[in-house]
Design a protein around this ligand. Structure first.
Ligand code: ARG
Length: 463
């Protein structure tokens, strides 16, 4: 750098910024991705200044043309980014001034980088929330279609990862669908607090120009102007909330991932993950690793970490803007990229999941999964449930000893445990009988799964 001080704010300085400090305090490497939002915000601001009589129509037109050219230079990779110009806002403003002369310098009238950056981030997050919402819907559609196809597929349901009762695979997939429905709602709700316009708050106190904050808010598609200028330039709670919402989604995705990893193992052998979502081992030729679910499970770490970073970043910050806030961007952007990547991989992979129906059924037959059905059967015959529980417990102990599941025992063998057991017992000991009997809203019966799929489809179609 020459002896010259910074063009944008160097008036009161007697020496240029230290070269390392310039790099250390710059955000251009990571905030340049907000160029579109920055330009959009500037155009809205210029139009409003024109309406307010601060800029002439010609000046406004020159600004708009200049900014449009800058946008295409950036998109063509021709823009000369400068670390000395610190951030996206000053890079673009300096380029504009270079292009259109001193009119470019008028753009920053009645505005500060403090409200400008807050505006840019909110626009950026809002757009990405919309992208995330459509990816969640795409994943949910995949789950719904698969659940419909798997409404009759029987697998063991688990508690404590021990075989509990038979369930349908479709029902299990719809549990994931429900988790994602709540994540979707959380993003919709987060968006309401993101989509508020800080523009016009200026540095911290507002501005002396006759600005029209409603106009810029409307032009940028915000719901309303922020109420308080000090709050508008300083708070990043919308970013924290976005990361919190994302952390819950990431947590849900670790649960799906964990199950897919287990199910794809030789020990469970419940699903086949398409080869294109897996990788092999360089040493063990037999391996097919479930990389996508594993990585999605692992990516939760960085998402939770970013939430913690932002909470810590904002802790104890006095009003109003502080340079600390520049640190909001990397955690926020990485959260966005990570969540979009995880959703995209899952939305692509889920429709291609293949269930191994025979293996699932076989596993459900093992492990006495219909023991509760036998207890319910005895209860229907008049036995108190606790006594029935005891009787079935004894038959299970016998089955373990004889290596026989309940349905494999003869009527005579079963009757040793209770004289109430009759030939009709075998209807409840079958897997099909067991799942079909759980026939109420939220139950695992195949017809309930089909009904839930119809409700789910209606909901998706209404989005
Ligand atoms: N690059 C800054 C940021 O990301 C922009 C706002 C800087 N404002 C200031 N007065 N230093 O937060």
């Amino acid at each position: 750098m020459s002896k010259e001080t910074n063009q944008q704010w160097g008036g009161r300085f007697t020496e240029p910024t230290d070269a390392f400090v310039a790099r250390f305090t710059a955000s251009i490497d990571f905030d340049q991705r907000m160029y579109r939002q920055d330009i959009k915000g500037s155009i809205a601001h210029a139009k409003m200044l024109t309406e307010a009589g601060v800029l002439t129509g010609d000046e406004c037109a020159a600004i708009e043309t200049g900014l449009a050219e800058i946008q295409s230079e950036i998109e063509n990779g021709d823009f000369p980014w400068s670390v000395e110009l610190e951030d996206i806002h000053m890079n673009i403003e300096a380029a504009l001034t270079k292009k259109i002369g001193s009119t470019g310098k008028k753009l920053h009238t009645g505005r500060s980088r403090n409200d400008q950056v807050a505006t840019d981030i909110r626009l950026y997050v809002r757009d990405e929330v919309d992208n995330i919402l459509s990816e969640i819907s795409r994943l949910q559609q995949g789950l719904l279609t698969l659940a419909k196809a798997e409404a009759d597929t029987i697998m063991p349901g688990f508690t404590h990862l021990q075989t509990a009762q038979p369930v349908t695979f479709g029902h299990h997939l719809l549990a994931w669908f429900e988790m994602l429905s709540r994540d979707y709602e959380r993003y919709v709700d987060t968006r309401k607090r993101v989509n508020i316009s800080p523009l016009g708050a200026a540095a911290l106190a507002g501005t002396t120009y006759p600005i029209n904050r409603q106009m810029t808010s409307d032009l940028l598609g915000f719901d309303r102007p922020a109420e308080n200028s000090l709050d508008a330039v300083s708070d990043r709670d919308f970013a924290i909330e976005f990361c919190a919402t994302s952390s819950i989604l990431a947590m849900h995705m670790t649960r799906m991932s964990e199950e897919l990893v287990l199910w794809a193992s030789a020990q469970f052998n419940f699903v086949n993950l398409p080869d294109r979502f897996c990788t092999g081992s360089s040493i063990m030729p037999q391996k097919k690793n479930p990389d996508v679910p594993e990585l999605v499970r692992g990516k939760s770490g960085r998402v939770y970490g970013h939430l913690m970073s932002l909470l810590t970043l904002m802790k104890s910050q006095p009003l109003a803007y502080n340079k600390d806030n520049q640190e909001d961007k990397e955690p926020l952007f990485d959260t966005i990229d990570t969540i979009k990547g995880c959703l995209r991989a899952y939305a692509d992979m889920v429709p291609a999941l293949e269930s191994k129906k025979a293996e699932m059924r076989e596993a459900a037959l093992r492990g006495f999964s219909t023991a509760t059905d036998l207890a319910d059967y005895l209860t229907r015959k008049g036995m108190p449930f606790r006594d029935a529980h005891e009787v079935v417990g004894k038959s299970v102990a016998y089955g373990i000893e004889q290596s026989k599941d309940l349905a494999e025992m003869s009527l005579e063998e079963l009757q040793v445990f209770s004289a109430d057991i009759e030939a009709d017992v075998f209807e409840v000991l079958t897997l099909e009988g067991s799942v079909a009997a759980r026939d109420h809203i939220g139950g695992t019966a195949p017809n309930q799964v089909r009904a839930a799929v119809i409700r789910g489809q209606k909901m998706l179609d209404a989005r």
